[in-house]
Design a binder for this molecule. Sequence first.
Ligand SMILES: [Zn+2]
Length: 192
Amino acid sequence: MSDICGMKYDEYVKLVTDFHGTVAPGLIIGGYMVDMAYKKLPKGGLYDVVCESVKCLPDAVQLLTPCTIGNGWLKIEKIGRFAITFYDKYTGEGIRLYLDNEKLKDYPPVQEWFFRTKPKHDQDSEALLRSIKEAGSSIISVQKVLVEIKKDNKEKHTIASVCPVCGESYPFREGKDMCKVCSGEIKYYSKI
Ligand SMILES: [Zn+2]
């Protein structure tokens, strides 16, 4: 049985439960993905990460790597594919790890969970976790990728302006004289 980033399976499950609240199957598979990434990547590099799903994978990355949403080394592309890309933050060269449908055929509980072919309450969660542990990294495939580095993102120095409508500070944008909420570009709450 393979370890997850130097941890025994049970140790990792405990870490996941403490952090995430439950033993999410996706977080266990995500752990195997991160473990595999570190085994494949040259040692000592500085890597940024992209998760292609909002669910589970970002938590696996934040638990097992120095990359977090907060420090900007982890980004999420809302594609909904179960994949993580690690890339050199200067050259963009990296690897993409994804859950391989072909390889899932040998692990029916994992396949049922992944394709949601059974309602959640009909799934046997014990059998699923056993199957995930048994599969380890054998259900993950790797491809080499080159990530486009957007230089101006990191180098741009943004000054803050005060929004004339709400009176709060926001990053100044050329041609925009108010914040994104007051301009109506983003609306995630209503005042009550
Ligand atoms: Zn405003």
